[in-house]
Structures are given as C-alpha cells and as structure tokens.
Design a protein around this ligand. Structure first.
Ligand code: G1P
Length: 302
C-alpha cells in the first residue's frame, strides 16, 4: 500500500438545489467565498497539502469551472501592458494552481449518488489511495483538513473519514460513524458508518463531513454496489460512498479523524453566509473594515 497520498477527486457534478435560484445558471462550486470561488478553496487546500494529481468530476453545465482554472496568458499580458500587474498576478496564480495540482476533468457517468464520481475517477488512479473532498466545504484551520487526513492515512494505511463532533439532534443530516475505540490525537477506530440516522438511532455523536481517504478496498466495495445496482435494474437507487465505507469497515480496519478547525458547508444557505462572513473577517486588507461594520451594525444608534 502506498506510503502517502498524491491523488485527489473532487465530485462536482451535483446540482446545488439547496442554493437555488443562485445556482440556476452558476455552478455551486463557482459561487464566491471571500476572494475566490468555493472550489478554489478546495484546490488550494489540496495543493498546499502536497497533492499533485486532482481529478474534478463534472456534468453538463459545469464549464465555468474549467474556464476558471484554464491558463489565460493573453489576458495576463494585456493586464500587464495596462499596468494592472496585481490583477495579472491574480490571473496567473489560478493557472499556477491548476498546473501544480495537475487538474484534469472527467464526465460523471453511471448511477446517481456520490459513490459514482469516486468510482469513475478511480480508473485513473490504479491501486493508489485517493483523497475525496466535497467541492463546497470551506475550512478555516491552521493545518489544512486534507493534510490532517493524509497524516492519519500515513499513520494507519487504512481508509479515513474526516469527522466533527455533532449535536445528536443533527444526525439526520450526516453520515454517522460507529466508533469502536479512541486511539488518541482525535483518531477513532470505526466499524461502520450509518447514513443520516434519526437522533435516537445515531451510533455516535460525530458527523462525517465530506473528506475521505479512499483506498482500493473501498473502491472494490463501490464496484460491487454498482454491479448490484445494474443487476437490480432499479434506476431510482443511488450508489453511496457511505455504504461502501460501511461495508469495508464492518470487516476491516478503518478510522475517523476529528478535524481541527472551523467547517462551513457552503451548500447550505446559512452556512454559505457564515463562510462569507468568516473569510471576509480574516481578509488581511478588508477584514478590519468588516469588523468595524459588524460592530456598528450591532449597535446602530451608538
Ligand atoms: C454527504 C454524505 C454524508 C456526509 C455529508 C457531509 O451527504 O453522504 O454522509 O455527512 O455529505 O456534508 P449530503 O450532504 O451530500 O446529503
């Protein structure tokens, strides 16, 4: 088994229905958070964590993602000729990110569900483990979430899920792990993963938050699920990464890593606004003005 992780998949074929009508014409991955589209936060996180091979799995209508990361030397040159070096640098930096992360794109094909893009991309990766990150999560953390997952993989060489502590009343929104043992340092040995249980049925008070180390054994489980999907001929069923991890963890070692940092699920309208607010407050140039604005809005008559 590989000693570390160099490859990553970003499933970006979803519709973003929770954010409609914002996402009617704009892919949810391209909505801005701070000074970049949300998917660029994920790509930055991966490149900063040493990932050198990123596959973004897309569907029709997601061309803006490719346009964003595509190098634009003519635009950069024009900006420099006009004395707008700062903007030219910004354009070049996005292209550089694409180059460092060696981004390639794949059309999603197969059953509905978040397991399908992972299976699609796995054909590029052979027997290598891969990181799977949802494109609409933003983390504000000292150590990037991807790096925290890679370290957990390096220590175990097993599948790993990103986890956060969860209030039991929220369990119907998340995959919830069955925890067997606390290994220390935020690492938990898990023996299962239940998708969106009712609070009374939640096996623990942790939520899976859209970051996974997927090993070839988990890909085999996805392949098996997809085979069953075709055999059953039920086109309304979905192929879920949760089910594949659950099947794997029931017989083999798998872990959860509690992630240090603040998590924003920007696919959810309230959390999207919070992510805007939190990243704006952290902005080196505009942050102080926004803090001042927030204070004055809080006490309008002062
Ligand atoms: C997916 C996963 C779920 C996980 C969640 C985190 O659900 O299936 O296990 O907890 O992402 O964001 P979704 O939010 O796509 O319904």
């Amino acid at each position: 088994m590989a000693t570390t992780i160099r490859r990553a998949v970003i499933p970006a074929a979803g519709i973003g229905s929770r954010l409609l009508p914002l996402t009617k014409a704009i892919p949810k991955e391209m909505l801005p958070v701070g000074d970049k589209p949300v998917i660029e936060h994920t790509v930055c996180e991966l490149v900063d964590s040493g990932i050198t091979d990123i596959t973004i799995v897309v569907s029709a209508g997601k061309g803006l993602i490719q346009d964003h990361f595509r190098p634009s030397p003519a635009l950069a040159e024009q900006l420099r000729a006009d004395g707008k070096d700062r903007f030219a640098d910004a354009v070049d930096q996005v292209a550089e990110l694409s180059h460092k992360g060696h981004i390639t794109y794949l059309d999603q094909h197969g059953p509905y569900g978040n397991g399908t893009p992972v299976l699609n991309a796995s054909h590029n990766f052979g027997e290598e483990p891969m990181l799977v990150l949802w494109p609409d999560d933003v983390f504000v953390s000292e150590v990037p979430r991807a790096q925290q997952l890679i370290r957990a993989y390096e220590a175990t060489r097993c599948p790993v899920l990103a986890l956060m502590p969860m209030d039991r009343s929220e369990s119907h929104r998340y995959g919830v792990p069955v925890v067997k043992e606390d290994m220390g340092g935020g690492m938990l040995r898990i023996t299962g993963l239940v998708e969106k249980p009712k609070p009374a049925d939640a096996p623990s008070e942790f939520a899976a938050i859209g970051g996974y180390v997927v090993t070839p054994g988990v890909v085999d489980e996805l392949r098996e699920q997809t085979r069953r999907w075709y055999a059953a001929g039920d086109t309304t069923a979905e192929v879920y990464l949760t089910d594949a991890i659950n099947a794997y963890a029931s017989t083999r070692a798998a872990y959860g890593q509690v992630i240090q940092g603040r998590w924003f699920d920007t696919g959810n309208p309230a959390s999207y606004l919070e992510a805007q607010f939190a990243t704006a407050l952290q902005h080196p140039e505009y942050g102080p003005r926004l803090r001042e604005l927030a204070r004055s809005m809080d006490t309008p008559n002062s």
